[in-house]
Design a protein around this ligand. Structure first.
Ligand code: CAA
Ligand code: NDP
Length: 283
């Protein structure tokens, strides 16, 4: 199967990054969200990213224009009828994702692959709401998408080998390294990363150290590029909370309980960098 057209659902930080790397790899891309404003915000952020590449001399101005021309705004889910591959990157919520997959299953052509960029939710359960579970797969990009090399590919219980192979090829085409994992809560990346972030939040909650100290220790002591609280703000505190809840529920183990401080911040609307306030304040 030859993928030519990709539809990315959700024009947030992940969706816009995914759309960017796909358009840069010569695919025709629809970037879809509920409202035109959201799509435009995503396209603006891609446009800024590409301009920076041009300023740094890494991309010709004509190439930037060509990439932007391959990107098509969408607020109609009917555009899925033209897609060979749909990559969903909406909010980390099972109800929202299953509703979306039901719609996509109705709209997308029979041959189309439906992929989810979910951070932690079971692919098998998402696939089960469609009539094509063998064509549903997890394609988990890392943030920031244009920079991070990994795509964690998650096979649902019924994902076919053919679909896995196509997704592996597309991943390489967009300049990323595919790593295959099975379908378990949080997969590998967030089963390991998120409990560390949650523990850093517990350390803050218990008054062991100030945020800056916690981050400095992990940066200078463990050579992490970002401290765990900065990284949590960068990922989005809502997303961090949803991932911890999926781990706790999925494994039935309280060792994954989300820190109450994380819950409190999310309830307050402190979602990290994207809302301007989390463990730190952003202008
Ligand atoms: C939650 C999940 O489900 C899974 C996840 O994604 S978990 C999150 C995984 N990501 C991480 O752990 C990121 C950790 N942080 C890092 O690796 C680095 O801090 C970073 C790459 C984000 C920034 O690197 P840095 O050296 O501190 O900053 P900086 O020098 O400004 O940037 C390095 C490069 O990244 C680019 N960059 C930085 N932030 C970017 C962004 N948000 N979008 C696109 N590009 C970005 C810069 O333009 C720069 O590119 P060049 O080298 O081509 O000039
Ligand atoms: N943040 C990260 O570091 C990573 C996140 N992920 C995963 O990627 C997905 C998206 O996360 P992220 O980009 O950070 O989140 P954002 O909050 O930045 O973006 C989510 C986008 O989905 C839109 N959306 C919400 N509900 C719907 C819906 N019903 N239909 C269509 N669009 C909808 C949102 O619109 P609105 O503006 O209205 O909310 C928003 O544009 C999540 O599953 C997350 O777990 C994966 C890897 C890393």
């Amino acid at each position: 199967m030859n993928v030519k057209t990709i539809m990315v659902i959700g024009a947030g930080q992940m969706g816009s990054g995914i759309a960017q790397v796909c358009a840069m790899a010569n695919y025709k891309v629809f970037l879809h969200d509920l409202k035109e404003d959201f799509v435009q915000r995503g396209l603006d952020s891609i446009s800024r990213q590409l301009s920076r590449q041009v300023e740094k001399g890494r991309m010709a101005a004509e190439e930037r224009e060509a990439v932007l021309e391959r990107l098509h705004p969408s607020t109609s889910i009917q555009n899925a009828a033209d897609a060979d591959l749909v990559i969903e990157a909406v909010v980390e919520n099972m109800d929202v994702k299953t509703q979306m997959f039901k719609m996509l299953d109705e709209m997308a052509p029979e041959h189309a692959i439906l992929a989810s960029n979910t951070s932690s939710l079971p692919i098998t359960e998402i696939a089960a709401v469609t009539k094509r579970p063998e064509r549903v797969i997890g394609m988990h990009f890392m943030n920031p998408v244009p920079v991070m090399k990994l795509v964690e590919i998650i096979r649902g219980l019924q994902t076919s080998d053919e679909v896995y192979n196509v997704i592996e090829t597309v991943t390489k085409q967009v300049g990323k390294v595919p790593v295959e994992v099975n379908d378990f809560p949080g997969f590998i990346s967030n089963r390991i990363l998120m409990p560390m972030i949650n523990e850093a939040i517990f350390a803050l909650y218990e008054g062991v150290a100030e945020p800056e100290a916690i981050d400095e220790i992990m940066k200078l002591g463990m050579n992490h590029p970002m401290g765990p609280l900065t990284l949590a703000d960068f990922i989005g505190l809502d997303t961090c909370l949803y991932i911890m809840e999926t781990l706790q529920e999925g494994f039935g183990d309280d060792k994954y309980r989300p820190c109450p401080l994380l819950r409190k911040y999310v309830k307050a609307g402190w979602l990290g960098k994207k809302s301007g306030k989390g463990f730190y304040t952003y202008s």
